[in-house]
Design a protein. Structure first.
Length: 190
């Protein structure tokens, strides 16, 4: 090992590559070690094989966990034994809590606030917000409630009405008027 790099840096780099799944470029950015040096370390210690083995083990653990949950559910359903039912419920609660606590990607902030000058642009902006909301709901199905689905359905129906009402007409002035803006706000605030 060349002078200047501590054992800890080398171990951190290996962990970033093998267990965190980073590329050599990402590890280099995180550690300050050159990509060439990282590749030498990786070749000397078999990082690529270790990464593959780690991923296979992780996949096996996930598959076996699903099998275990299925077996516990079958046992609980077949026996109706309170301990079996409790064991299954406890496992499912832990899985659900783990999903809730898992790091979720930060919501993407819009690049910039859109200029809304026409009713069509207002409808498009509202539709985009609904799509984002739907994606968020589907990404967290364990928190989904019937009332949210109903509200989303009503909003989608509203968007369809607005699309029809504000369809581009060649004879109309496409600019947003105060009256049109008020109509849209009133429709959204139903």
């Amino acid at each position: 090992m060349p002078e200047g790099y501590s054992y800890e840096i080398r171990e951190d780099a290996k962990a970033m590559y093998v267990t965190d799944g980073m590329t050599y470029d990402q590890v280099a950015a995180g550690t300050g070690v050159s990509v060439a040096q990282l590749k030498r370390w990786g070749a000397d210690e078999g990082w690529t094989d270790a990464k593959k083995e780690y991923r296979q083990a992780l996949s096996s653990i996930k598959q076996n966990t699903v099998r275990l949950r299925a077996a516990l559910l079958k046992t609980a359903l077949d026996s109706q034994d309170p301990q079996s039912v409790y064991a299954f419920a406890a496992i499912e609660k832990a899985v659900s809590a783990g999903k809730k606590n898992a790091a979720r990607p930060a919501p993407c902030a819009p690049e910039r606030i859109k200029d809304i000058n026409t009713p069509e642009q207002a409808v498009d902006a509202l539709q985009e917000v609904v799509q984002l909301k739907l994606n968020k709901m589907l990404a967290q199905p364990d928190t989904l409630e019937l009332s949210q689905v109903k509200e989303l359905k009503q909003t989608m129906e509203l968007i369809e009405k607005m699309k029809t009402k504000y369809a581009p007409d060649a004879n109309e002035d496409p600019r947003m008027t105060a009256e049109r803006l008020k109509e849209i706000r009133d429709m959204v605030n139903l």
